[in-house]
Design a protein around this ligand. Structure first.
Ligand SMILES: Nc1ncnc2c1ncn2[C@@H]1O[C@H](COP(=O)(O)OP(=O)(O)OP(=O)(O)O)[C@@H](O)[C@H]1O
Length: 293
């Protein structure tokens, strides 16, 4: 029998960021599936997490500790909200915070940025309606109100600035989110979202759930370079304590990894830091030189 994976023997330290590369059919996705025990037949050897052989656990015991963004991101029939939280595990605030971080919020509410900066204007207009010289006696009450209004506006802007600096979000309520479309129905069969945008949804799901081991299988293959960079930065900050295995087709995506695994015909042909592998002059160095990603 010919095996899709063979002679694999390696350890990954807690919190390590591992990039996995290799040519098509080298066994990268099979490795990810093996970690998740999505392959159970014809398996020899063992995979241990925290010193425990995963074969001794029920899948339900350890899968909640793992997270994966597969090559093909999936959208379900149902609302945006159901797509992110099918089991109703999260409150709306946490969901919205994750959506903002991943850029999903802007997909369902394209005018989000404008609204954030425009709110001060709205509050100013609201004051105009009920604050200006309301008794009509022509005294300088309007002037006083204007001064007060300006102070409120400044305080509002300052508050918004602080919220942004500390990465907090304004208090969005259900009505507001209903209006921007969190309960909008998505039909996976129509072209509501591009495949890159669907990958952002998958990332969002992952961000809401704290997993200790993550596997990203070409998770950003369909997003543009700029978005990919932002996502990698997000992964570095949000998942800094997690062990992350990133299968990538783009050099940029994995160049900041702690170590790189190069797969070839189901085996590990090279393993080491990116610098070590470049100096070594093997397949990884060739891929870098040819920029073959
Ligand atoms: N379910 C399966 N049954 C039999 N062979 C399989 C199965 N899944 C994958 N293989 C084979 O295992 C090998 C590795 O496939 P795998 O999808 O892991 O490669 P990969 O490195 O992820 O490729 P790609 O970059 O194209 O996604 C291939 O030869 C493939 O044909």
């Amino acid at each position: 029998m010919s095996y899709a994976l063979k002679n694999l023997n390696f350890s990954i330290r807690p919190g390590e960021k591992i990039g996995i590369v290799g040519r098509t059919g080298a066994g990268k996705s099979t490795l990810a599936k093996a970690i998740f025990r999505m392959i159970n037949e014809h398996v020899e050897g063992s995979i241990e997490i925290d010193g425990h052989d995963t074969a001794n656990f029920g899948v339900g015991d350890f899968r909640p500790k793992l997270g994966i963004i597969p090559q093909e991101s999936t959208m379900f029939n149902g609302t945006v909200r159901r797509n992110l939280d099918p089991l109703h595990e999260f409150n709306i605030e946490d969901m919205w915070a994750a959506m903002i971080k991943c850029g999903v919020a802007e997909l369902i509410e394209p005018e989000r940025k404008r609204k954030l900066t425009g709110l001060a204007m709205e509050s100013s207009n609201a004051n105009d309606n009920d604050g200006n010289d309301s008794d009509g006696d022509g005294d300088n009450e309007g002037f006083c109100d204007r001064g007060r209004r300006l102070r409120w506006e400044k305080a509002g802007l300052l508050m918004r600035g602080l919220l942004l600096v500390f990465d907090r979000k304004p208090n969005y309520d259900e009505d507001y989110l209903e209006k921007v479309g969190i309960n909008r129905d998505l039909n996976p069969n129509d072209s509501n979202f591009s495949s890159g945008q669907q990958q952002l949804f998958s990332l969002c799901r992952l961000l809401m759930r704290k997993r200790r081991v993550l596997v990203l299988d070409e998770a950003t293959a369909d997003v543009d370079l700029e978005t990919d960079r932002k996502i990698q930065e997000l992964i570095r900050t949000e998942f800094k304590d997690c062990t992350v295995l990133t299968i990538a087709h783009r050099l940029d995506t994995i160049m900041n990894s702690d170590r790189i695994i190069v797969m070839e015909k189901g085996e590990i042909s090279e393993i080491g830091t990116p610098q070590e592998l470049i100096v070594k002059g093997g397949m990884f160095a060739e891929l870098v030189q040819a920029n073959e990603f």
